[in-house]
Design a protein around this ligand. Structure first.
Ligand SMILES: CC(C)(COP(=O)(O)OP(=O)(O)OC[C@H]1O[C@@H](n2cnc3c(N)ncnc32)[C@H](O)[C@@H]1OP(=O)(O)O)[C@@H](O)C(=O)NCCC(=O)NCCS
Length: 167
């Protein structure tokens, strides 16, 4: 756990520009070509499940969650998750993940998909999607396609194409 005076707060429109800059630093211009980006394109993130991390008035991290479907099943796409480089490895990324997953569970959501490093995300309950079970609209390293069940066995019987859920 971090020893910083860290606040995890719901994202509001005031932070949009600072978050965009954080993404630019964390992911570079290639971020718009990523498969996960395509799954979020044109979709408003969940306002009640997306959080920012602040130290004092400084934005140091952000996580956004958006609605998707896997086949016909409603699910959540987690990402981007980004932490300001100078504040990495102090528990901020984990704190953002834990808050957003707890809020998702409280909100009655059942499944969360993401593209990322299993080594990092396994600690909050993600595991690899069995190869071929979830298709995504673009190239992805199958070792990085991860799922988290917020409710026991929520992934049972779920398969198919992941697609953005435009509300
Ligand atoms: C990945 C990221 C969000 C982690 O945030 P963070 O605040 O640094 O993470 P935490 O401090 O909560 O956790 C740090 C731990 O995770 C590990 N970790 C961080 N990134 C990792 C990765 N990509 N793979 C494996 N382990 C990782 C660290 O080694 C550290 O381990 P330790 O606790 O055993 O020392 C942050 O490094 C980041 O913004 N990276 C650039 C953008 C990015 O890659 N986002 C994720 C997209 S999938």
């Amino acid at each position: 756990m971090t020893s910083l005076p860290l606040d995890i707060l719901a994202e509001t429109p005031d932070y949009a520009l600072a978050i965009e800059k954080l993404h630019e630093r964390g992911f570079g211009p290639g971020r718009f070509a990523r498969t996960a980006f395509r799954l979020r394109e044109g979709v408003r993130p969940f306002a009640d499940l997306s959080f920012i991390a602040r130290v004092g008035t400084l934005l140091v991290g952000s996580v956004r969650l958006s609605p998707i479907r896997i086949g016909a099943t409603p699910a959540i796409l987690l990402g981007p998750l980004a932490v300001e480089p100078a504040f990495m490895a102090r528990g901020i990324g984990t704190a953002l993940l834990e808050r957003s997953l707890a809020a998702s569970r409280e909100g009655g959501h059942r499944l969360v998909l993401l593209v990322g490093d299993e080594e990092f995300y396994a600690r909050v309950g993600f595991r690899k999607v069995p190869p071929g079970r979830v298709l995504v609209p673009g190239p992805v390293d199958p070792n990085r396609l991860l799922i988290c069940e917020l409710v026991a066995d929520a992934f049972e019987g779920v398969s198919g194409m992941a697609s953005a859920e435009r509300r």
